[in-house]
Design a protein. Structure first.
Length: 197
């Protein structure tokens, strides 16, 4: 085995150990939340707020709607902490709750019917990075919500297809299909956006 392979394996093992450790801490917090420990709830909320806000802002594009979904998500966590069975990581469970609450919020907010039905290293120049990010965001915002969500969960959230499957409540092959169609449509959108620029 070469040095590069060993380094890659060591990094992957380190990330896996770190994720397992984080999950143990979060499971302990959930156990305390189940006994109505408000300090544990505050700690979990603070640990997830920024992560959920980033995900939900990209999905809803509205600050007040994202905040409403975050609050709804943590109300459910507070109410259902004792019901957590441990079949998945805590992060997958929480993201799944946020995902379902976001779908409901988008329907209530009157998202277009198509969005409701479909809910599914750049250059070293910082200006170029900003422009590329802005361009990608414009393309992502034009995708059906279900496709946009799987890309957000995969590429910005770092979730595997199996974790996304658990979050969105569909088979892994459906996640892969949504990702395939989302990437293909995003390529088309980026060409269109480039033509109109």
């Amino acid at each position: 085995m070469g040095n590069c392979e060993r380094m890659g394996r060591n990094q992957a093992e380190s990330r896996g150990a770190s994720a397992a450790s984080r999950n143990q801490v979060e499971r302990a917090l959930l156990g305390r939340i189940a006994t109505r420990d408000t300090a544990a709830m505050k700690e979990l909320y603070q640990g997830y707020h920024r992560r959920l806000a980033r995900f939900l802002m990209r999905v809803t594009s509205r600050y007040e709607l994202a905040e409403e979904v975050i609050n709804d998500t943590f109300l459910i966590v507070w109410q259902k902490a004792a019901d957590f069975r441990g079949d998945s990581q805590v992060s997958t469970w929480i993201m799944g709750i946020a995902y379902r609450r976001a779908l409901k919020a988008l329907r209530r907010a009157g998202a277009p019917a198509a969005a409701q039905h479909e809910i599914d290293e750049a250059s070293e120049d910082p200006t170029g990075d900003f422009e590329l990010t802005e361009w990608l965001d414009m393309g992502l915002n034009r995708l059906p919500a279900r496709q946009r969500m799987v890309l957000e969960l995969a590429y910005r959230g770092g979730h595997s297809c199996e974790e996304i499957s658990a979050i969105v409540g569909c088979p892994v092959n459906t996640v892969k299909t949504r990702m395939f169609h989302a990437r293909r449509r995003l390529q088309e959108l980026l060409v269109e956006l480039a033509g109109s620029a």
